[in-house]
Design a binder for this molecule. Structure first.
Ligand code: TIU
Length: 221
């Protein structure tokens, strides 16, 4: 059944059977103290407020038996998949160094994993990605095609980095997407606002912006 979510710049029309929920990079490394986000000089407190709304959308999408995709940004332990430009960004090296949650942004480490509140359930897809764009060097596109997915509900962090980059990449591949604004967060509130405005501007040039309550009420209708 075709449904509509109240959104800007206008309502988002979608078929729940052809829609996936994407939860981007809700890893300790970005959300908790002692991870990559903090190593970059950020205050991680703005991340916390996205957890509960995401959890509600996630539970709703689970109850609707939708395809759920979680992503994690990170690198191989030998860092062979980490470009030098990323490794030495700003003249400093954080990725691969030891932190209180293990080696920063390295797969298999405690800090790299998804926070317990949003931990994937069996049968949900987890995409390990080396970049900001979840399609880059991953099998995400193939998975979405195989499952007949046309629309995406995109949550996660950070709004202007991995959420926005992945949204643009999804849009260019022909997916329609909606971002519940309370289900993402940035270390910079002004970037959060600006990124969402950029997405919805120009008649939804990248996608639609809504909120968790509107997404849930449309799905439960
Ligand atoms: N630094 C920052 O805002 N974000 C990232 O590095 N990755 C993600 O957004 N996941």
């Amino acid at each position: 059944m075709i449904k509509q979510i109240k959104a800007r710049p206008f309502d988002f029309t979608f078929d729940p059977e052809k829609t996936a929920l994407m939860v981007i990079d809700m890893q300790r490394d970005f959300v908790q103290k002692g991870g990559f986000g903090e190593a970059l000089g950020n205050d991680v407190s703005p991340m916390q407020k996205a957890i509960e709304p995401i959890s509600k959308v996630l539970e709703c999408c689970r109850s609707q038996h939708m395809l759920i995709i979680h992503t994690r940004e990170g690198h191989r332990p030998d860092l062979t998949d980490c470009p030098k430009a990323k490794l030495t960004r700003g003249g400093k090296t954080f990725i691969g160094t030891d932190g209180p949650m293990g080696r920063i942004l390295v797969r298999g480490e405690y800090g790299h994993d998804i926070i317990p509140e949003l931990y994937p359930k069996e049968g949900e897809v987890v995409i390990d990605k080396p970049g900001k764009d979840a399609f880059f060097a991953t099998d995400l596109y193939q998975i979405l095609l195989n499952r007949g997915i046309k629309s995406l509900i995109i949550c996660g962090v950070t709004t202007e980095v991995c959420v926005q980059t992945t949204s643009r990449a999804a849009n260019d591949r022909g997916f329609e997407l909606v971002i519940p604004e309370d289900c993402c967060a940035s270390y910079f509130p002004e970037f959060h606002e600006a990124a969402l405005n950029m997405i919805a501007a120009q008649g939804a040039i990248v996608g639609w912006v809504s909120d968790s309550k509107s997404v849930i009420s449309a799905l439960e209708e």
